[in-house]
Design a binder for this molecule. Structure first.
Ligand code: UD1
Length: 429
């Protein structure tokens, strides 16, 4: 195990480059399972979740080749076992994304249920109901989803609530179904649109991806293609939040400002100066105490739940009382107790945190609980005075590429050290 030791009190400043989006890479890798040719993926971030997917693919007999310049070639023509066992699925909930493609191409798939999770129950009932609407027979036996369908059949399916990976799973399955599928109340997240661009390059016929109604005309087969994963909007937003929390000035290059409007609007509401170009964003909060903010999470294009924990750090040091409401997941405030250890004044009221900003946080030993909660503790540690040790940083490595290198490049005093503290149960996000 490892920990991050942070000597805080340094405003971050300078420029870093956005990585490819984790949440776009994982579904695009899953899309390769629809093919018996090669899908080449560019701008793949070097992350634990990508490594986990590679291990899962190796288990299934899929060949993954690392190419130069952050590219991967995935060849699923060699697949021998369309199944995802619990040992691999439990560390990464997004493994459920293989279900739709495997079923659509092979007629069967055995995928372990992801199980409990630190940020709420996160069921997959909508994924399963959608596949059933397309004619699949689904049983859950001993914790494994067993899905069977000679050939999926296009259907009209209205999703009970907005689910990102659910939309992606069903959209992928529908590309090889017989006839037209219409997904209603679909997720509008940019990662869904990115996946649709990849599927279209593979020969799929898709209309409306990125809106709440997606129409897919199934094909008898798809063909090999090359796709470049879009920049990571959550990583970009995380660094920009760090500019405000540390009263610094950060530019993120090679990103897409259009994907971050809800975040930049709230960053501007803190009083920070936000500038954007075609592919860069800059937040300048030099020497400035942020104003209190009110944030409520919701599906895209509104404020992302994956940015909520980072904004709690801004609220913790802001001038005034902020409210942070989590309306996507039922239990996503584990960072609150850790921030309190650093001097934050937080009062929970149902699914809202009422946070009274303090002039200064102080360093403390804290424990990461899920991916976004963990990075919020790192940002808090950089903003705080004194030393902060963040434990269980394996969560951060799942979703942030070269995080300590990027933070050090911006002036943070952060070290990765061995940690002999025993850890409890694994959690995912
Ligand atoms: C994805 C993102 C994650 C982000 C989340 C919400 C990936 C790999 N992960 O997760 O980073 O935090 O979207 O933006 O893209 N739900 C059901 N039944 C289902 C599916 C979901 O009730 O079948 C509920 C969940 O419990 C949750 C809500 O819907 O309350 C949203 O979850 P969902 O959009 O599915 O999250 P993920 O796709 O897992």
């Amino acid at each position: 195990m490892e920990l991050f030791r942070i000597e805080g009190g340094t405003p971050l400043g300078g420029e870093i480059r956005a990585s490819g989006a984790k949440n776009a890479t994982l579904p695009v890798m899953a899309a390769a399972l629809l093919l018996d040719e090669t899908l080449t993926i560019d701008n793949v971030p070097h992350l634990e979740d990508v490594t986990t997917t590679n291990v899962l693919f190796a288990h299934m007999g899929v060949t993954v080749t690392m190419l130069d310049n952050m590219a991967l070639a995935v060849d699923a023509s060699t697949i021998t076992r369309p199944e995802a066992p619990y040992e691999l699925v439990k560390t990464m909930r997004a493994s459920i994304l293989v279900l739709g493609p495997l079923l659509a191409r092979h007629g069967y798939a055995d995928v372990s249920l992801p199980g409990g999770c630190a940020i709420g129950t996160r069921p997959v009932d909508i994924h399963l109901a959608g596949l059933e609407a397309m004619g699949a027979e689904i049983k859950v036996e001993q914790g494994t989803i067993k899905a069977r369908a000679h050939r999926l059949v296009g259907a009209r399916f209205a999703m009970e609530s907005v689910t990102v990976t659910g939309t992606e799973n069903l959209m992928m399955a529908a590309t090889l179904a017989d006839g037209v599928t219409v997904l209603e109340n679909a997720a509008c997240e940019p990662e869904v649109a990115d996946l649709a661009r990849c599927l279209t390059a593979m020969g799929a016929e898709i209309e409306g991806a990125g809106t709440s109604t997606i129409r897919i005309r199934g094909q008898s087969r798809l063909t090999g293609a090359r796709h470049r994963v879009q920049p990571d909007r959550i990583e970009t937003g995380t660094f920009l939040t760090a500019a405000v929390a540390t009263r610094g000035d950060i530019t993120v290059a090679h990103t897409d400002p259009r994907l971050l409007e809800a975040t930049t609007e709230k960053l501007a509401a803190t009083g920070a100066r936000v500038d954007a170009g075609n592919d860069w964003l800059r937040v300048d909060a030099t020497g400035m105490r942020p104003q209190a903010i009110n944030v409520r999470t919701a599906p895209y294009p509104r404020f992302a739940t994956d940015m909520q924990a980072q904004f709690c750090v801004i609220a913790a040091i802001a001038d005034g009382v902020s409210t942070i409401t989590e309306a996507v997941f039922e239990n996503r405030f584990m960072h609150a107790a850790e921030l309190e250890r650093m001097g934050a004044l937080i009062r929970p009221e149902g699914n809202t945190l009422v946070i009274t900003g303090q002039p200064q946080l102080t360093g403390a030993p804290v424990m990461a609980t899920d991916l976004r909660a963990s990075i919020s503790l790192v940002i808090a540690g950089i903003a705080a005075s004194g030393t902060t040790d963040v434990r269980r940083i394996y969560h951060i490595d799942r979703g942030y590429e070269c995080i300590e290198e990027k933070l050090a490049q911006l002036g943070a005093n952060i070290q990765r050290l061995p940690d002999s503290t025993p850890i409890g149960s694994a959690v995912t996000s």
